[in-house]
Design a protein. Structure first.
Length: 273
């Protein structure tokens, strides 16, 4: 036996290799089913699936962060949020896959989407709910999928990452207003609260681990806004002002989303530091 043979990996397996079993890569590769002859349709499908996997990872990390905030384990919550930022950077860069697709190329397979639209993504909707961007109407598309609907309803009814953060700040002795702590967590937080802005001002004066939490949440919010804006500009470049495939106003729908940031108080506090 030569040295090369001695160093070679095991090459004989019965059935699926351990790698395939662990990663389910055979399942992944069998999920690409273009319906037209347009080459860019494969790119579109793969890019969308990559985004879905990113959404799933972000859900995992945000749920971990919420759990650790509720347990007063700030280091682990911060670690999960910092991983979110890295994942968001990767998610945003996935739009580059579609940067080579022209409007004409998209039009050649757009009809194959039927009424499919990105707003129907239940993983993206759960991600938005975890970030506090809640809209009860967005539960409706998923009523025909009971397990998915129950999962989304649970996320909708539960405190978001921002709610969990404010609860932790209150336990740490900061003056979070009582009406904020007792508010209906199913409501979308779209306007800054003067009392919460003041709390964040005090956090930034401390320059400690809570300040790191504030900056990390701001990084998450910034990248989520960037994701929304890049989505908006990609649709504007490829689709223009046409109605969305799912019956939405298309560009106008995305523009409203892009113009509504999450964690609004963290943006407002910059003006008073």
């Amino acid at each position: 036996m030569t040295t090369l043979d001695a160093d070679a990996p095991d090459l004989e397996y019965a059935g699926r290799t351990p790698y395939v079993r662990y990663t389910e890569s055979d399942v992944l590769h069998d999920l690409i089913h273009p319906q037209t002859t347009e080459p860019l349709e494969v790119t579109f499908v793969v890019a969308t699936q990559i985004m879905e996997l990113h959404f799933n990872l972000l859900i995992h990390e945000l749920e971990r962060a919420i759990d650790r905030l509720n347990g007063d384990d700030l280091p682990e919550a911060l670690a999960a949020l910092q991983r979110c930022v890295v994942t968001q950077n990767s998610l945003i860069s996935s739009w580059e896959l579609l940067s080579v697709m022209s409007a004409m190329q998209y039009n050649r397979f757009r009809s194959s989407l039927g009424k499919a639209s990105g707003f129907q993504s239940f993983s993206y909707r759960q991600l938005e709910f975890l970030l506090g961007a809640k809209d009860a109407h967005m539960l409706s598309p998923h009523t025909g999928m009971p397990a998915v609907h129950a999962r989304l309803q649970a996320a909708f009814d539960a405190p978001s990452i921002y709610d969990a953060t404010l609860a932790l700040l209150s336990r740490r002795g900061l003056p979070v207003p009582d009406p904020v702590l007792s508010r209906d967590v199913r409501e979308h937080w779209v306007e800054p609260d003067a009392g919460v802005v003041e709390v964040w001002r005090q956090v930034y004066q401390r320059e400690d681990e809570l300040t790191t939490l504030a900056d990390t949440l701001t990084a998450v919010a910034e990248r989520h806004s960037t994701w929304r804006f890049v989505h908006y500009t990609a649709v504007r470049r490829i689709l223009g002002a046409k109605p969305g495939t799912g019956g939405s106003a298309g560009l106008a729908w995305l523009k409203r989303s892009a113009d509504t940031p999450v964690f609004v108080d963290l943006w407002e506090v910059r003006s008073v530091l």
